[in-house]
Ligand binder design. Structure first.
Ligand code: GUN
Length: 293
């Protein structure tokens, strides 16, 4: 039987529709729009693409996005100054600094400069730590999107062995934090580049999450028959047959993995749209909490 394709685009569309109504209510109650500052430093092509997608989605639901572009040569001081200004601005409820930052920038310092109540990416140690302890706080967007997708798809996590391949601060670690919480109740293995016998570990996964950033790294032989496979990767690989000269693939080799699994997220159209939906969700939450709603 072919696997279920987990349609993140459809779920994101329906969440955006719900958010549109929440934003309308917010406007009726406060006379204001939720505001998201979108900060891009440098000229990374993929980052420019993501930032544009995030701004378009804001527009769709009625969040005002404020665009800030800095050149890499403006330096870290200018970025920190901008963040200080945005932290104080009452029209800005969320601050998104697109990562990665250019060489020479200290990402951790930048992340920690954002006021935790405006950290809608959920990258500040205060939010990450609170989420780890099962307290309220902004959840990182991609991990939150993965958990919501599993929930929506009716994929049971309680007692399931979830293997996450990749231990980044953006995906792997915060996803492990969400999955081990009471109510989600997964048993989590966080695998990485130094994990011994990686195939052996991945083969024991009921749910396998690929978040390594290596195109088509997970192959069919690494996947247990009937497993659920969540592909977090978004990689551009050269393809001269495509009009743009490249195509987008995930961290999963879809052709060899899909015949073995029970459900799988496609790339594009799986986790990616959910990341954006969760960013907007967090921004609306930030605005409501700022207004005391
Ligand atoms: N770079 C890759 N993913 C993300 C994300 O979710 N937020 C930000 N700010 N940068 C990213």
């Amino acid at each position: 039987m072919p696997p279920t394709l987990i349609d993140g685009k459809a779920m994101s569309d329906s969440l955006l529709l719900e958010l549109t109504q929440t934003v309308q209510q917010f406007r009726a109650n406060t006379g204001r729009d939720p505001g998201l500052a979108v900060v891009l430093v440098g000229s990374n092509a993929a980052s420019q693409f993501y930032v544009e997608a995030k701004k378009r989605a804001c527009h769709r639901v009625g969040i005002t996005s404020y665009d800030y572009r800095l050149a890499a040569s403006d330096g870290q001081g200018a970025l920190l100054e901008l963040i200080d200004h945005l932290n104080q601005d009452p029209d800005i409820h969320g601050i998104l600094v697109q990562l990665p930052l250019p060489k020479g920038f200290d990402e951790q310092l930048v992340i920690e400069r954002i006021q935790p109540s405006k950290d809608v990416d959920g990258f500040h140690p205060m939010n990450l730590g609170r989420v780890f302890q099962g307290l309220s706080g902004f959840r990182s967007c991609t991990p939150y999107g993965v958990v919501r997708l599993l929930e929506h798809q009716g994929i049971a996590t309680a007692g399931a062995h979830v293997v996450i391949v990749g231990r980044s601060n953006i995906v792997g670690k915060p996803l492990a934090a969400l999955l081990v919480q009471k109510g989600v109740d997964a048993t989590v293995t966080l695998a990485h580049s130094k994990t011994r016998h990686l195939s052996h570990v991945t083969q024991s996964a009921d749910i396998l999450v690929a978040a390594i950033g290596v195109p088509e790294f997970i192959t069919g032989a690494m996947v247990k028959e009937g497993a659920v496979v969540i592909d977090v990767g978004i990689n551009r690989i050269e393809d001269r047959r495509q009009p743009k000269g490249y195509r987008i693939v995930g961290d999963v080799d879809f052709d060899s993995v899909s015949p073995r699994c029970s459900a799988i997220t496609p790339v594009p159209g799986g986790v990616g749209p959910m990341t954006i939906a969760m960013l907007l969700n967090n921004t609306v939450e930030a605005a409501r909490s700022h207004a005391g709603i």
